[in-house]
Design a protein around this ligand. Structure first.
Ligand code: CS2
Length: 492
């Protein structure tokens, strides 16, 4: 049997694979990270690896996996080590990352998550849990008591299972012990992600203990961040590739594109690793970077995901090889760029060119179906916000209406061949109920889905021109098919 990657076998890794530039076991942990998925392992953990190598410090990461136990079982026997395979047009390279110390599986490790959050050495709690896991009602700006984890944690605050519950109880324990709070660093693709988590957490805490809420509001820092690196979900092929490169088995390997970016608001009263060693950029205000990335990269991604999936393209790179869709990608990037204010040192035309190249990367197998997931969580900041801006400023609305129509077509849950697929959206049941009985009727679908609470701004859906644009595209998709509609749209 082939040996596993671990501190005991690290010396066997061939010279062609970079190893941590420090001795992992000599560094203590300073970060608890919630959500140890592929993106964290390809992004923040890599910046921390560079910080440890370049500037040292006790900044290793204790991960908490909220639902899965699999990642703990993969990483713990490997002493937290895993490999990152960077795949660009010129080939692949691998490095072993040493910044993760261990992974706690919340589902079976009892009090261990809270013990980690309340440990004196924990100075930062970072998160990549996806948009839907927070349980924050973004339209109302408060904790969403209808969210299952929020409801459960409000009822049993000392045994939390969800994000807000864990953060709140972890902070309560620290306050009780007279420890300083940790800094909370949200690394999910949400606008004003630090401010959003602050709003949700303070509201959540206020429902349990107003004085705790006051302390959190006054003492905890919530720097915002813009995170970027295209990281497909790892597959068996990823592990096979890692094994070929390492000569060792690695059950936690990830692959990602070479491009990586991290823009962080520099507000860390409890200290931070020297992430600039890995290329992180520290700024006073992340908002314009976040808007650029969410509207240009993620917005275009979502448009490509719905249209591409319905046209039978499995991967984003295949979408870029479809001439008509590639033109619509360019059109969307341009329309999204027009909704942004100027940003020092950044030319959105260059940024769009880089994005088109990244999407086309032939070595990255990023599934359109993966990006299509959780549409109701993604559309507001990716499509609806720039659409509203375009409406108010008299700019092009059609590209955004086109993307929304494609999402609506996707919401029917059946491909053009009639095959059913799961939407994989937290509001899947509400979507199915909304479109029931109006499946063939573009106007009916458009009205019903536009009325889902909190999804589209009222000013947008009440605008007759916007409604007409969405309905026109959707009815073409229903009558002539998605591929044909895409072709005509690209010619128009
Ligand atoms: C993608 C993102 O799955 C998605 O919704 O748009 O995960 C995207 O790949 C990353 O934000 C890139 O940084």
């Amino acid at each position: 049997m082939i040996a596993r990657l671990s501190l005991d076998t690290l010396a066997q890794v061939p010279e062609t694979v970079a190893r941590p530039g420090y001795e992992p076991a000599r560094h203590g942990a300073g970060i608890v990270h919630i959500g140890v998925g592929a993106f964290h392992r390809a992004h923040q953990a890599v910046y921390t690896d560079a910080a440890l190598a370049g500037a040292g410090g006790d900044w290793r990461i204790d991960g908490i996996s909220l639902r899965s136990t699999q990642i703990a079982d993969a990483l713990n026997p490997q002493h937290g080590l895993y490999s990152l395979i960077e795949r660009g047009e010129e080939g692949a390279s691998a490095r072993v990352v040493g910044s993760l110390r261990r992974v706690i599986a919340a589902a079976r490790d009892g009090q261990a998550p809270l013990a980690a959050l309340a440990a004196p050495e924990t100075r930062i709690v970072s998160l990549t849990v996806t948009e839907k896991a927070y349980g924050i009602d973004r339209a109302r700006g408060c904790a969403d008591e209808a969210h299952p984890a929020v409801a459960a944690d409000l009822a049993a605050a000392r045994r939390p299972q969800g994000v807000l519950g864990l953060l709140c109880e972890g902070l309560r324990l620290r306050k009780e012990q007279g420890l300083p709070p940790f800094t909370i660093l949200c690394c999910d693709n949400l606008p004003d992600n630090g401010g959003l988590v602050r709003t949700g957490l303070v509201d959540f805490a206020a429902r349990l203990d107003p004085s705790l809420a006051d302390w959190i509001g006054a003492a905890v820092a919530f720097p915002s961040t813009m995170v970027d690196r295209i990281t497909p979900a790892p597959t068996e092929e990823t592990q096979a590739k890692a094994q070929r490169l390492l000569g060792l088995a690695d059950l936690a390997a990830v692959e990602a594109e070479p491009f990586t970016q991290w823009v962080v608001e520099d507000h860390f009263p409890t200290g931070r690793p020297a992430w600039e060693q890995g290329g992180a950029i520290f700024v006073a205000d992340v908002a314009p970077y976040e808007a650029m990335k969410l509207r240009m990269l993620n917005g275009t991604h979502s448009m490509m995901a719905y249209t591409g999936f319905l046209c039978g393209h499995k991967y984003v790179r295949d979408v870029m090889r479809d001439g008509a869709l590639a033109r619509l990608v360019r059109r969307h990037l341009k329309a999204a760029a027009a909704t942004l204010g100027p940003l020092d040192g950044i030319d959105t035309k260059d940024y769009a060119d880089v994005l088109a190249r990244r999407f086309a990367n032939p070595a990255i197998a990023h599934e359109t179906y993966q990006i299509a997931m959780d549409g109701t969580e993604k559309l507001p900041q990716r499509i609806a916000a720039p659409a509203l801006h375009a409406l108010v400023h008299g700019q092009k609305l059609r590209p955004f209406a086109f993307a929304v129509a494609a999402w609506m077509r996707y919401c029917l849950g059946r491909g053009e061949d009639g095959a059913a697929y799961a939407l994989r959206d937290p509001r899947e049941a509400a979507i199915a109920a909304a479109v029931k009985g109006v499946e063939g009727d573009a106007r009916g679908i458009c009205r019903a889905l536009s009325a889902l609470p909190g999804l589209f701004p009222a000013r947008l859906v009440q605008n007759a021109y916007w409604q007409e644009e969405v309905e026109t595209v959707l009815s073409a998709m229903l009558e002539k098919g998605v591929a044909d509609t895409v072709r005509r749209e690209a010619e128009g």
